[in-house]
Ligand binder design. Sequence first.
Ligand code: SF4
Ligand code: SF4
Ligand code: SF4
Length: 295
Amino acid sequence: MTTLTRRQLLQGAAVAGAAGAAAVAVPSVAEAASARARQPGDVGLLYDSTLCIGCRACVTKCKSANNLPVDAMNINGVPYDAPDDLNATTKTVIQVAAQGDRFAFVKRQCMQCLDPACVSACMIKAYQKGPDGVIGYDQSRCLGDRYCQIACPFNVPKFQWSKAVPVMVKCEMCRHRKEGPACSEVCPRQAVVFGKVPDLLAEAKRRQAASPGKYLARIYGEHEVGGTQCLYLTAADVPFETLGLPKVDGTPQPHLSTSIQHGVYKGMIAPVALYAAIGLAVWRNTRKGDEEKKP
Ligand code: SF4
Ligand code: SF4
Ligand code: SF4
């Protein structure tokens, strides 16, 4: 199937009308909903909430490794980076979950779903699953329609609202770094470790077996939404829901995003309007910019 870049799509919408462009870009239902089994080469993260001390070294290192700015926050006039959730400048975050007089930490980032809803929701294939199962994002293709954000069961992709040409932001497992993920590299407690998913599952089970009664006898991500490549351990008395991880069953989510596409794109009316509007806005902004540059 032919795919287009964002530039080509916008040009197509503005100059020739969007219908042709949209018709080329929308994947078939079978393609959008295809399932995927775990592969031996899949890579991911294992996060162990019982070992995490909330130092946030992983958050800081993630920002520097991904060239992301600090969140604007001042404490006594000193800039301090303390995001409380994933956002357009934060690909991973440490949150605190309170339970009575106890608290626990939880790290959040893209779960790298085996059968990712973001991939099937993206009509122009800005998201693609790589050979190691990591979901990469190509901003040159992205239209900014945010269907990936709506489809994601973990509310992960974030939109750069403040940018003139916004793109989506999410963890791509530091695929640009030959050293691998920055967050696991700096964790002083091995609370987050990187590796092949079969090894991570074995390590999670090893930790559970080595400390009877310490852990909840479940690994979050082993089965949720059909399986994810980021896996979680928690203390026996701190359910995953208390950590803020959503209660989802083992059903892969792409069928939901496929439904969104089919509803929105029924008859191809919405894409025509959407791309025409985007094309018009881009054309007007470009013309305005050109006129402002004139002496
Ligand atoms: S967590 Fe969300 S963004 Fe990440 S792979 Fe799954 S559906 Fe996509
Ligand atoms: S793998 Fe990289 S981008 Fe993802 S959370 Fe860790 S440091 Fe951030
Ligand atoms: S670096 Fe490790 S211990 Fe520190 S907050 Fe991150 S996961 Fe927790």
